[in-house]
Design a protein around this ligand. Sequence first.
Ligand code: KDG
Ligand code: MG
Length: 408
Amino acid sequence: MKIIDAKVFIGGPAKNYVTLKIMTDQGVYGLGDATLNNRETLPAAYLQDYLIPNLIGLDPRRSEDIWQFFYRGAYFRRGPIAMAAFGAIDMALWDIKGKLANMPVYELFGGLSRDGAMVYAHATGSDLEDLMDSISHYVEQGYKAVRVQCGIPGMPTASYAVPEHKGEGKHYITDFAGIRPKVEVWDTDKYLRYMPDALAEIRDRFGPDLKILHDVHHRLLPREAAEFAKAVEPARLFWLEDPTPAEDQNALRMIRQHSTTPIAIGEVFNSVWDCNRLIEDELIDFIRIAVTYGGGITPVKRIVDLAGLHNVRTGFHGAPSHSPISMAAQSHLNAWAPNFGIQEYLVLGTPECDALFPSDHRMDNGMIHVSDAPGLGVDFDETEAKRYSYKPGSHPVVRLQDGTMWNY
Ligand code: KDG
Ligand code: MG
């Protein structure tokens, strides 16, 4: 059996999805997602210029060897562009493997471990009351877990994932005005003074059962993050996400020493080498790596197994930049993983997205129910894809009030 062709498509409704389709001499094809948010053309070029010419003629069933061939063969290791490109190939090869076996991919891992996978939605508000309305909206739809972000009084501009105006419900993740980013201005002191009480009020309003998550988006220094994790304990968060940038892995030790708030980290990780110390030293509670930026199902499944040994649960990244293909790959891992935690969920369900990526993965009452079709259970409509093309976009950058560059 041989790979005879592979194509890359860029575009989609509201996002530049990078979709890889690998064709075989037996008519079976596989699909993968290489979308690297706001840098989409780069993994696409890596696939087109280097990886696809090397794929032609290989046996698609040898997914492990193909992964090693590209990873070791690149010499320069890791990095989000390369790993997203390898990730798309790996997903497509698992899709082919499942189709050849006439089984959904989760069966190849060991079968179902649960009836459905709990997801969390994104609630947001320009202020706390606006956020409360947004949370109610998701609770009424049956979500059991909601990430909460709101405007901070006196903050010079709206900050991460927070709309400028009431009721906008807008996510500040991609601005399609062009590739020059908007600037947000951040004030740590105002955030530290306001947010713990706001989270406690949310807990009071929605009662003990709602799972409440909050994303700091890498904005705090280690000592500040430790103070914050301790201050939010009364809100009993399901998780506190990205309290500090994870390049400094010792920072997580500082947070652990001061607080029992569960910590989730890893949406920017590309490899087990970014998180092995965090997992083995049990400094985190949830690992957020994505199958796309993490190099595909093959390496991410190994991370899930390592995490399981240390009571770290999964909480895969699921921002809208992930296409339904990588979300499906994550759904198969979520259906199987003994140490599944939760899944971030924003992609499936819009009519345009469903037309481009037909699938029967189902969302019901705050849970994803994985498709039992052979392979990943998602298709790609090439006719529909002709409606879309690449649109340059950016996410904001962050500066402090004196102009110092900070972390988005
Ligand atoms: O590209 C950046 C986004 O993926 C990121 O800002 C989303 O933090 C994020 C999240 O938790 O979904
Ligand atoms: Mg995040």
